[in-house]
Design a protein around this ligand. Structure first.
Ligand code: NAD
Ligand code: MG
Length: 298
């Protein structure tokens, strides 16, 4: 599946259509357990020193979109700390291998970000082991599905809010005092924050909150700290999140509604994370970048 990212080619056929071979995994799901692996740029992403000497912490970077950003950051010259859940250790070890092969330092920080104490420890461990922090990517997220508001348990609602929204607040608050002017924060929101689907209405609420948090903080972070904050809004992307407590029926149509008639691959988002993290993005703050396969985030 990996294709060369430089040669012009028809983007409709660059990657496969909706997956036929899917297995529903219990959350969080891993790439190791997927029979059709996502393309996170392992064989294709080429760096050119855009993040030389930077120190980056990315949450949920053992797999999917976070993994693609972590590999790209390392190949652009950054040392990289990744956060993930303990049951994702095997995926995380693979990412660490790619980071080290790029000549960068890899720091593995397993733990559950739905707890404030862990979020604070995560940031201080990343700062200690990297020797500072210039880039924070708040990417970890939980999704699953629900049959409607009457079927949605308080436990599910609470876990979505804690993982997707509280952790963003806790980690950003803990990281900020360590970040100097020129540092950058990149959050992962979703098309769902703009066009919610009924069976993930609660997840979509968290993604709307992330976009709003990004815009709300952009002015004070620039005026007081010289720090940029932006978000990426992915469309349907082939990652373990889709298989994790997901719907097999929906999964088999993933990306089918886009004009590409296929899902996106994590590597197709990596250049946007790099731009928003790098000095090339110096005048970009408070923006939401859609990588939606044409679905839009109007
Ligand atoms: P993914 O499963 O590869 O990544 C999500 C990661 O979140 C997991 O790897 C896990 O490490 C982390 N995570 C979840 N709960 C956690 C917890 N309690 N503590 C610590 N870490 C936890 O899937 P992905 O699709 O790459 O997801 C990355 C981000 O992209 C998420 O925020 C997701 O909402 C967002 N997103 C994905 C899509 C898509 O179609 N795949 C679309 C829009 C937005
Ligand atoms: Mg994972």
């Amino acid at each position: 599946m990996p294709t060369d990212l430089i040669t012009p080619q028809d983007p409709r056929s660059q990657y496969p259509g909706p997956p036929t071979d899917v297995e529903i995994q219990s959350a969080p799901g891993t790439e190791t357990a997927m029979s059709v692996k996502p393309d996170c740029g392992e064989l294709s992403y080429k760096g050119s020193g855009k993040l030389a000497g930077r120190k980056a912490l990315l949450t949920g970077a053992d797999s999917g979109i976070g993994r693609a950003a972590a590999i790209a950051f390392a190949r652009e010259g950054a040392d990289v700390a990744i956060s993930f859940l303990p049951e994702e250790q095997a995926d995380a070890e693979e990412v660490a291998k790619y980071i080290r092969e790029a000549g960068s330092k890899a720091v593995l920080l397993p733990g559950d970000i739905s707890h404030e104490g862990f979020c604070q420890r995560l940031v201080s461990d990343a700062v200690d082991q990297l020797g500072g922090l210039d880039i924070l990517v708040n990417n970890a997220g939980k999704m699953g599905k629900t049959d409607g508001i009457l079927e949605t348990s308080t436990e599910r609602f609470d876990m979505l809010m804690k993982t997707n929204v509280y952790a963003l607040f806790w980690i950003t608050k803990a990281a900020l005092p360590h970040m100097k002017p020129g540092s950058a924060i990149v959050n992962t929101t979703s098309v769902q924050g703009y066009e919610p689907s009924a069976n993930i209405f609660d997840y979509a609420m968290t993604k709307a909150a992330i976009a709003n948090f990004t815009k709300g903080l952009s002015e004070p972070l620039m005026e007081k700290h010289g720090i940029r904050i932006n978000a990426v809004a992915p469309g349907p992307i082939w990652t373990p999140l889709q298989e994790a407590d997901g719907s097999e029926e929906k999964l088999k149509k993933l990306g089918g509604k886009t004009p590409y008639k296929r899902p996106g691959q994590p590597v197709e988002l990596a250049p946007v994370y790099v731009l928003l993290a790098s000095q090339e993005g110096s005048y970009i703050t408070g923006e939401i970048y859609g990588v939606t396969g044409g679905m839009g985030i109007a």
